[in-house]
Design a protein around this ligand. Structure first.
Ligand SMILES: [Zn+2]
Length: 122
């Protein structure tokens, strides 16, 4: 008589929908990655500096291996100038997501995006 009472079947259907939804969100979250929070710059395996990703900055690194200019703008980091022979660091383009990395092998430079809550690899 009463059509508003949920049957056992309805409850199972709802539970399945809920689980599918959660898995879907988890998959999207996993593929998108976390929003990055800061930019870690390493030279020759040593920490050169750590900079907030949301503050625009132009950072010139000049050392015995050469020159790299790192630009942080609009929540993205990139190598805007470099005098290395391969220019792979410049070709990598902008990074903004957690654990994304730009490497300049000739200059032993590594630029990595670090998240706020994850375990930071040092
Ligand atoms: Zn380079």
């Amino acid at each position: 008589m009463n059509n508003h009472v949920m049957t056992r079947k309805d409850i199972i259907a709802l539970a399945v929908l809920l689980v599918v939804g959660i898995i879907g969100l988890a998959v999207i979250f996993f593929y998108k990655g976390y929003e990055g929070e800061s930019v870690l710059v390493k030279v020759d395996g040593k920490v050169y500096g750590r900079y907030p990703l949301d503050v625009d900055l132009e950072l010139k690194i000049e050392d015995e291996w050469g020159i790299n200019v790192i630009e942080i703008r609009d929540g993205e980091a990139r190598v805007s100038k470099a005098d290395c022979p391969d220019k792979i660091c410049m070709k990598t383009g902008s990074i903004s997501r957690n654990t994304e990395t730009i490497v300049c092998l000739p200059h032993r430079l590594v630029v990595t995006i670090e998240g706020r809550d994850d375990d930071v690899i040092r």
